[in-house]
Design a protein. Structure first.
Length: 199
C-alpha cells in the first residue's frame, strides 16, 4: 500500500438545536489517500486491495480512536475511487477485511458496518450513515443471549466464558449483574419449541 496523504478531521459540537450541550459531542474522520495499483487497467484478482483494506482498518481505526479520545458510539466507512479505477476497487478495500481490525479497536460488535462508495473525481462529497449505538447495543445483547442460552453451557460456565470475551460497557455491566446476583435470585431457563429458530 502506497499512502499519499493521511488526514484527520475532528469536530466538536457544543450547541445543537439552540440548546447548549452538557457534554460536547465529538466526531472524527480518519482518512487515507492511497495510490490505486490497478488504476487504468482491468485485473481479476483484487487481493492486494483486500489486504490494503485490512491494513487501513487498523491504521485508520487507531487514528480515529486517538482523535476521539472517548468511547465510540457510532461508526461507518467509505471510499472514493478515481475515474481511472473501478467501483469494485472500493468494495475490495471496504468489505472483506477492513471491519475486523476496526471493530477490535472501537470495541464494536459483529454487525455489518454501514458503508458508502463512489467512483468520481476528487472533491466529491461523500456521506456516511454511521452504525449507531442502538445497533451496537442490540448486537451486544444478541451475543450475550447466545452465550447464556444457546452455547450449551450452564450459567456459571457461561459467566466464566464471558470473562474471556470482549464486551462494551453494556455487556460488562450485564455480566457483572449476573455474577453479583447468581445464587441470590434465579435466572429463568429458556424454553424453546422445536420450530423456533435461534437468533
Amino acid at each position: 500500500m502506497k499512502i499519499r496523504k493521511l488526514v484527520m478531521v475532528i469536530e466538536e459540537i457544543q450547541e445543537d438545536g439552540g440548546r447548549r450541550l452538557e457534554k460536547p459531542l465529538h466526531k472524527v474522520a480518519a482518512v487515507a489517500v492511497i495510490e490505486n495499483p490497478f488504476a487504468g487497467r482491468f485485473v481479476d484478482d483484487l487481493q492486494e486491495l483486500v489486504k490494503t483494506g485490512e491494513e487501513l482498518g487498523d491504521l485508520l481505526g487507531r487514528r480515529a480512536v486517538m482523535g476521539l479520545g472517548a468511547p465510540v458510539h457510532s461508526y461507518g466507512k467509505a471510499a472514493i475511487v478515481g475515474v481511472d479505477g473501478e467501483y469494485e476497487h472500493a468494495a475490495a478495500i471496504l468489505h472483506p477485511t477492513l471491519g475486523t481490525p476496526f471493530r477490535a479497536l472501537v470495541h464494536g460488535g459483529k454487525a455489518i458496518i454501514p458503508s458508502a462508495k463512489k467512483l468520481f473525481l476528487s472533491g466529491v462529497p461523500l456521506y456516511v450513515m454511521p452504525l449507531d449505538s442502538t445497533q451496537l447495543k442490540f448486537d451486544e445483547v444478541k451475543r450475550a443471549f447466545k452465550l447464556l442460552y444457546l452455547s450449551g453451557l450452564n450459567t456459571r460456565q457461561a459467566l466464566e466464558k464471558s470473562k474471556e470475551m470482549e464486551w462494551t460497557d453494556l455487556g460488562q455491566e450485564f455480566f457483572r449483574f449476573l455474577r453479583d446476583t447468581t445464587g441470590k435470585r434465579g435466572i429463568c431457563a429458556l424454553k424453546r419449541s422445536s420450530n423456533e429458530t435461534s437468533i
